[in-house]
Design a protein around this ligand. Structure first.
Ligand SMILES: Nc1nc2c(ncn2[C@@H]2O[C@H](COP(=O)(O)OP(=O)(O)O)[C@@H](O)[C@H]2O)c(=O)[nH]1
Ligand SMILES: [Mg+2]
Length: 369
């Protein structure tokens, strides 16, 4: 009797190894999928199949007749169903492959599709999201169009656009005041972004704007906002409590837009987040933008979004696009949080370096057209 383990990337491959080594009468004792050990990402790291097989005839007979309870046999065959389906799928792919060997890239996808998959992965798009996108492309693109790289790219871009949302420019309803607050971690660019928005609305759009800051922990930060406010020629109020905030908003009735800057410190501290929640969560509707830096890594962003989750934010605002190297994380986090993206900021210049986020701009950061 001989028992051996065999590993291959798929079931047909593993079965072939068994057959080659142990002969056609070998009995499969168990199968399992093990997490890919491949280097790199995604399709390279896909699970591999491990079969344990025995070759001795007597042993094999014994297993079949005595040792396998009906339960196990049943489980075994149900476990095998998806595998059989996969084999059928692979057979089809193999048949195609024989006809057109140049057509294929990694994972059996057309080379034009897998090239875009790799581009997305290189740009930081999460594996699951990238796979979903190329699977859509694989299903949706007619055979004859697969050879056209540009077509495949714009197909995938279109699908990507459907996965994300963008907000709008801060819009005004006639005669109604708009109040927006920027929240987020320290140093991401909240105060600078407020200055950009204020300058644009005052200087270019001739709106009446007031600034409020509840950045009470850092006098320097209040000063920073005051300097901008003085240049633009608008008032800035410092408030310490929800009551003061309400009063200040009430006394600024004549303003079209009130922009609220918030404490940068303490994003790691839950009590500060709930303090902010109490301040902004009153009856007065305040549009809340969570400001995130495009230079922060995916896990970092996920953690920040999670931490600020108690304050129900209306949109995400990404800063420092000019410093970012890969932008897949914008896609990952906007899909994950299901929040629209309101603005992108692209540098330190006030007021120039800000733009309203558009779908095509965001998608273009990830897959260049
Ligand atoms: N490169 C770059 N720097 C930015 C951008 N927005 C803000 N900054 C810089 O980031 C730093 C922190 O900005 P600040 O507005 O004080 O952040 P806050 O703590 O969130 O209020 C400053 O040096 C800003 O000039 C941007 O879009 N690109
Ligand atoms: Mg600040």
């Amino acid at each position: 009797m001989q028992i051996k383990k065999f590993r291959a990337i798929d079931m047909p491959g593993a079965l072939k190894l068994v057959k080659d080594e142990l002969g056609p009468d070998a009995v499969i004792l168990s199968t399992r999928k093990i997490k890919g050990e491949g280097r790199g990402y995604g399709l390279f790291g896909r699970p591999i199949i491990e079969l344990t097989a025995a070759s001795d005839d007597r042993y094999a007979e014994g297993i079949r007749k005595d040792k396998v309870s009906p339960d196990i046999a049943l489980n075994f065959s149900t476990a095998l169903n998806p595998v059989l389906e996969e084999i059928a799928g692979l057979k089809e792919i193999m048949a195609l492959f024989m006809k057109q060997p140049d057509r294929f890239g990694i994972g059996g996808f057309h080379k034009n599709i897998s090239a875009i998959y790799q581009e997305m992965i290189a740009n930081g798009v999460k594996d699951g999201i990238a796979l979903k996108l190329i699977e859509e492309a694989n299903k949706g693109i007619p055979e004859e169009k697969l050879e056209r790289e540009g077509y495949v790219r714009s197909f995938i871009t279109d699908v990507m656009m459907k996965l994300i949302k963008v907000g709008e420019d801060i819009r005004f309803e006639k005669g109604k005041q708009k109040i927006a607050a920027l929240i987020g971690p320290t140093g991401v660019g909240k105060t600078t972004t407020i200055a950009k928005l204020a300058a644009e609305y005052v200087l270019l759009r001739k709106r009446k704007v007031a600034l409020i800051t509840i950045d009470t922990y850092r006098i320097a930060a209040v000063e920073q906002l005051k300097i901008y406010a003085d240049i633009i020629g608008i008032p800035v109020y410092v408030v310490l409590s929800a009551a003061e905030l309400r009063k200040t908003i009430e006394s600024s009735r004549d303003k079209d837009l009130i922009l609220i800057d918030t404490p940068g410190r303490g994003q790691r501290d839950k009590s500060r987040v709930s303090e902010l929640m109490n301040l902004l969560g009153g009856e007065i509707p305040i549009e809340k933008h969570l400001v995130l830096s495009a230079t922060t890594k995916d896990e970092g962003l996920a953690e920040i979004i999670e931490r600020f989750a108690p304050i129900s934010v209306d949109s995400l605002l990404f800063t420092k696009i000019d410093e970012g190297v890969s932008f897949g994380t914008i896609l990952n986090q906007s899909i994950h949080s299901r929040k629209p993206i309101s603005y992108l900021t692209t540098g330190q210049r006030v007021p120039e370096d800000i733009e309203v986020a558009t779908l095509s701009r965001v998608v273009n950061l990830i897959l260049k057209n």
